[in-house]
Design a protein around this ligand. Structure first.
Ligand SMILES: [Zn+2]
Length: 439
């Protein structure tokens, strides 16, 4: 695959994340964790070395090639040690994670969170407030995909990004007004590469890409202007292809228009000839993968079909990134939440490690944020703890069809920069006993 400029940037940045003198978490042992331990204070109650230890969980950290039982220590909002065994006496709090899976905080690369009084997704009622729906599914970083455009990004930042504990990022809509619905999203005049790139360059901490969506006309301008903005701002483009047509085909999109590293979302929707009449995937999907196009689930309310997803697995086309397309409709239908969508991918036969990778380290690379999506020493302590329950579970696609599965992920505990922000069964809480002193 041809490496474009941001891929190279990702590779470079990834190699310099760790503080000098510390090795990658994959190689961390008790001994190599010693630089952050203070001799003489080990285990004393007065001076704990760690704020919290997640004890004995099965850690899946694909970036660091960890798939096994580890202890993880957190201090001042960062991961400070990952080892087979850490001294629990050195921690202010120890959370027993035995029998559970511990993963990097999940990155949901497709969500709609520009909530407000309007009717659609842009400052609208179809979006949802991030903190209400992220942590409970293990998500610590959520990327809003195009709800805000270059005209109203500032409003999105003030009203949502700055007020959320979830790390909220954005694929900025090439449409100035964002996802304001109907004709406003068909207005070519309001799709401008220059201003979109400018706003992206002014907000490098929050804008990680450009989005084009819902376009139904025959012109290529929405895609081409998005790519142009992406080139200027050096960020990827995500495409919701709207409707494909004779003049505007998925074949041309995936093999000519998009660049390697750009994202095709709703990959299993079946709404844009992803699946042929012969029941096989459109060969353009394979050609796109060869070129390095990123395939994103973007489940949504109408964009996930078992027909396409099952065939995708058969033809060895699993998604690169797993995401929800979270909004008020999808969360109340077959999609539900990120843990449910991840469980669907397990049901389809992806290994748990691949599912975690497609929900952590891969999206982090796609959005050029190599500081996220892993549990390396020095990384932000964004962590998810899941139970993997076994039984009979029904998973519904966007067309009302149920596929039964035997395993289901449930988010038990979520840490955001070291703080407990979700704790389903109180595993981080102190057990109540009669007469217990509340201090
Ligand atoms: Zn969407």
């Amino acid at each position: 695959m041809k490496l474009n400029s941001w891929r190279r940037k990702v590779a470079l940045a990834a190699s310099v994340i760790l503080p000098m003198g510390l090795v990658g978490a994959g190689q961390v042992t008790q001994a190599s964790a010693t630089p952050i331990q203070q001799p003489g204070t080990a285990g004393t109650a007065a001076e704990p070395r760690y704020d919290l230890i997640l004890d004995n969980g099965h850690v899946i950290d694909p970036k660091n090639n960890i798939d096994g039982v580890r202890d993880i220590a957190v201090r001042d909002g960062r991961i400070v040690a990952v080892a087979k065994s850490l001294n629990p006496k050195g921690a202010e709090q120890v959370v027993n994670a035995r029998g559970k899976y511990v993963t990097p905080g999940i990155i949901d690369m497709h969500a709609h969170m520009f909530v407000g009084p309007a009717n659609d997704y842009a400052a609208g009622w179809n979006s949802v407030a991030p903190d209400g729906f992220t942590f409970r599914a293990g998500v610590t970083t959520a990327v809003d995909t195009g709800s805000a455009g270059w005209e109203n990004f500032e409003e999105f930042k003030t009203n949502v990004i700055d007020r959320s504990k979830t790390r909220v990022l954005s694929f900025l809509n090439i449409v100035g007004k964002g996802m304001a619905g109907g004709e406003r999203e068909q207005d070519l005049e309001n799709m401008q590469a220059g201003p979109a790139a400018e706003v992206a360059l002014q907000n490098p901490d929050h804008i990680v890409g450009i989005k084009t969506a819902h376009y139904s006309g025959p012109e290529w301008d929405p895609v081409r202007r998005s790519v142009q903005a992406g080139e200027i701002a050096d960020v990827p483009v995500m495409v919701d292809f709207g409707s494909d047509s004779e003049q505007r085909t998925i074949e041309q999109l995936l093999t000519q228009e998009l660049r390697p590293g750009d994202v095709y979302t709703h990959v299993y929707s079946g709404l844009r000839r992803e699946l042929g009449d012969d029941g096989r995937l459109n060969p353009a999907l394979h050609a796109g993968r060869e070129r390095g196009i990123v395939y994103d689930v973007g489940h949504g309310g109408g964009s996930f079909s078992w027909d396409v997803a099952v065939q995708g697995m058969k033809e060895d086309l699993p998604p690169d990134t797993i995401s929800t397309d979270l909004h008020i409709t999808s969360m109340n239908s077959g999609m539900k939440d990120m843990a449910n969508v991840m469980s669907k991918m397990v049901t389809l036969g992806m290994s748990l490690e691949d599912v975690v990778k497609a929900s952590t380290w891969t999206p982090a690379q796609v959005i050029q944020r190599p500081d996220l999506g892993h549990l390396s020493v020095g990384a932000p302590a964004d962590v998810a703890v899941f139970s993997l329950d076994r039984g009979r579970f029904g998973f519904v696609d966007s067309f009302g069809f149920r596929l039964d599965g035997k395993e289901k992920l449930t988010a038990e505990l979520t840490l955001r920069e070291g703080d407990v922000v979700w704790d389903l069964n109180g595993i981080a809480a102190t057990e109540w006993k009669p007469g217990r002193d509340r201090d």
